[in-house]
Design a protein around this ligand. Sequence first.
Ligand SMILES: [Zn+2]
Length: 210
Amino acid sequence: MDRILAGIQRFQAEVFPDQKADFEALAAGQKPELLLITCSDSRIDTALVTQTRPGEVFVLRNAGNLVPRAGSGSGAEAATIEFAIEGLGIRNIAVCGHSRCGAMAALGDPDATAALPALRGWLEHAHSTLEREASFSEIEDPALRRVAANVMVQLEQLRTHPSVAAAEARGALALHGWIYRFETGEVLEVVPGEGLRPLGASAEAASALA
Ligand SMILES: [Zn+2]
């Protein structure tokens, strides 16, 4: 913990003063372009991989980047999603899974959650991921196949939220399924029926985010 406390002190003493005006401007409000739903995994740095500054990306993180169906979770995810769309007017949501995801590994291994009842219960929100894997047979790596299947399942569950369904129906919201491979730096788009392709390879993806 000492290194982290020292980091906070260094931020305040050395980093913040240089960017003081930018941080003060943020007091007026936020206008993020994207709600990024990703895993809590410490190997994911959302600002680093998107090269964004504070105020630009609204982030929802939990183990396994899960989105409980409307009415079925604790309410934390639903509240965040609703505020992103209705409160902030965000027009893009990406569900971003990642390589080497411990939550996804645990999903197929009941022994892994034998002593983790809360995690086991939480992973119920991904219960249809395992059966969905077969529809991503073109992805060779079985671990990535599961991550891709989960991203698709979570996008479907995202669409059960009234604010998401309504915004998408009026053309005010685009949903994206991504996988971040932190060991290679790649961000891949999950394309049903096709597998994975580098993000930005499709003109539609680029224009939806514009
Ligand atoms: Zn993970």
